[in-house]
Design a protein around this ligand. Sequence first.
Ligand SMILES: Cc1cc2nc3c(=O)[nH]c(=O)nc-3n(C[C@H](O)[C@H](O)[C@H](O)COP(=O)(O)OP(=O)(O)OC[C@H]3O[C@@H](n4cnc5c(N)ncnc54)[C@H](O)[C@@H]3O)c2cc1C
Length: 447
Amino acid sequence: MSAMLAESRSDQPTAVVDVPSSARKRVVIIGGGFAGLAAARALRHADVDVFLLDRRNHHIFQPLLYQVATAVLSPAEIAAPIRQLEAKQRNVSVLLAEVTGVDLASRTIEASSPGVGVRKIAFDYLVIATGMRPSYFGHDEFARHAPGLKSLNDAETIRAKILGAFELAAMTDDEAERARAMTFVLVGAGPTGVELAASLAQMVKVTLRGNFHRIDPAKSNIILLDAGNRVLPTFAEALSRRVTRRLTRLGVKVMTGVKVEIVDEQGVVAGGSRIPSATVLWTAGVAASPIPKMLGTKTDRAGRALVDPFLKVVDAPGVFVVGDAAALMQNGHPVPGVAQAAIQEGRYVGRLIAKGLKGRKVKRPFRYFDKGNMAVVGKNYAVLERGWLRTSGFLTWLVWAFVHILSLPQLQNRLRVQRQWLWSYFTGQRSSRLIPEPPRTPGADAG
Ligand SMILES: Cc1cc2nc3c(=O)[nH]c(=O)nc-3n(C[C@H](O)[C@H](O)[C@H](O)COP(=O)(O)OP(=O)(O)OC[C@H]3O[C@@H](n4cnc5c(N)ncnc54)[C@H](O)[C@@H]3O)c2cc1C
């Protein structure tokens, strides 16, 4: 079955270039996120050629993206080049390419690389690990005014929007415009919305204190909206209540049970009322990348591929979907879209393929081992839920900081983040408060 992406441009003929073949079997992994990298690493001792494709040259540690968006960390501190895997693992080739089609009949994928064009790559095994992207629930027009948080570009856009809003507030003589500039609306009170709102609240009170003579950033209005009836809906209700109290104490206005109807350049209309705001951030839904749909297999409402308990695509031998792109039920509950689940799934599939190559069969289906769910709510406060264990407060925050430092992929990043956090913790300062300059026309400054 052919399912090449409809957007394939006709002005760019498909060159069937195929990467050089060898006698060895070939595993193609699409996506160098948590799941794809774990799958590639699990194949390090296997007698196989692994091709790891990603449209970005870097892996992002997404749990800390909100800190880039709020100027605590700089982009390089939470990213690592995927290519360094080639230096560590002889059987891996990393390709900078965007996959635009999957053809199960010919067992090839179609990938487009900058400067090279489109090429087809054959596979014996295919691992799809393409993750999720922000979803505007059918209102894609909101995206223009309310950026989501998924990539380093998104984080930098949000940071520039937040810092730019204060500059606007300080420049304008119009009181209403100043109030609009100092109102921040976050749509979606899941972990990303909560973490971003709390970090922003701290930034306006501490980091920006005294930075403007004309305005007081502490008087900003930070509003966290959600159509559901509580914040952090995937956590226990008791933790949700604690987090709401904590946010309120930090100065965040939590509005639940409120649906956003319009997002435009003036702000939002939510629950029938207009909230003027120069900075609307989308922290609500996510949807799978278009790749799982190209398999022609069943997908859930968010576009994730329904996989069997071995993470295989039904009726497609040797084709797997892992991480956020996969929809898998366990004990009547969906396996959550979190980094640990992605890593465990990627590792499982890598090992399953390695065993298959040796003619051995894996009999035990994938089991997700839940190490716990955490969210941080500003300085000194985090919540943790693991089975019956529910904790919150300073000690939980220390655990959160420790776990996140250790989870960063590069030692260099661990040391840099540690240093930045210590600096920020004791001084309240954030070193990445940059608004990128708009590109200038060459020669425009001349004369
Ligand atoms: C802001 C934010 C905060 C989060 N916080 C936490 C947290 O605190 N704890 C936690 O456990 N989880 C958190 N998560 C969720 C966690 O990051 C995801 O569950 C995890 O990244 C999923 O891993 P993945 O490998 O499936 O996908 P990803 O890590 O998203 O990787 C997908 C990769 O596929 C590539 N790709 C996509 N499409 C194509 C294509 N067509 N061609 C080539 N490459 C492609 C992408 O460039 C990307 O590198 C957070 C997510 C976000 C966005």
